[in-house]
Design a binder for this molecule. Sequence first.
Ligand code: COA
Length: 343
Amino acid sequence: MRNAYIAGSGFYVPPRIVTNDDLASEYGIETSDEWIRQRTGIEQRHFADAGTTTSDLAVHASERAIEAAGIDRREIDMVIFATLSPDQFFPGSACFLQQKLGLCDGDDATFVAALDIRNQCSGFVYGLATATSMVRSGQHDNVLLVGSEIHSAALDLTTRGRTVGSLFGDAAGAVIVRATDEDRGVRAWDLGADGRFADQLAMKVFDFHNRPYIATDEAGNGVVPVDLLWPIMEGQVVFRNAIARMIESLTNLCEKEDVALGDIDLFLCHQANLRINQMVQNRIGAPEEKFFNNIQKYGNTTAATIPILIDEAIQAGRLERGMKVALVAFGAGFTWGSALIDW
Ligand code: COA
């Protein structure tokens, strides 16, 4: 049987580190290291400098994943890009990445399919399900799947926006989803969404209810009211739903594959809040050593969290061939998803 497995991974974070204390001292936000660390586990995040786009970060992560997979970039036959912070409103960032990777250059240009996934924090899991389906169906052999975000450009980094502003960081993670005849790889997934909560975690800067979609002044320049400019979040609603849906999704996943939660060797959970993951771990009764978290260093990097976890877990010797791995994520929409991989 034709299977799809993760043949290589890589990630990239921009060099500038912003600690919790920096948010107070450099940005003047009324916050503290103690508050952020206690509620979220976050200690620092990376912010990209102005001029850097989401696809720029993705290029570095992709090149590392391509190298780790031991393939030539010309072997990539599809690019899937998960992000909530695309380079532009349109076209999708997968097209920018394809071009920046040089896939459109020269006589051997490949002009492969390029697809954006707009599922926020569960974008990588939705993307993995899509990439696996493409590979298993025989349509593609080597799918480059990237999760990349520049959050720092669209965070209200003042005291007014501190609840959301202290959570997020910039980063990219990438994997190559590759065809194999070996008995391994992505076994199953469980995806879900609950659009009743679409307004509870959202960014409404482009409001297509309006004509035109952004109000204009007399000179025709767009004018955006401050409450539309930044992301909005009902933090406690998100917190509660994240725990419930992640547990539900993991349970569904295990039922589908007829495995017990106790059979999972490693859980790689979306990194939104360390306290969310600790509650998931406690409620499913899994030992702490089966969970691998890195939110402390990067904050919430949305679609990039899981591929970064994969790469760091491999580098740390926590993820090895033969292990049963569960990925699980929850985010805006609300959307959620999990996937089971025999590594
Ligand atoms: N530093 C200091 N104080 C802060 C703060 C910060 N960074 N952020 C918020 N506060 C303040 C609030 O202004 C509020 O003050 P008030 O009581 O004077 O009004 C107080 O802390 C409590 O705020 P609240 O929003 O009720 O805190 P909380 O306990 O819900 O924690 C989150 C906030 C964001 C940490 C928490 O709700 C959470 O993690 N939710 C999930 C978020 C998430 O995962 N989002 C991404 C999903 S993919």
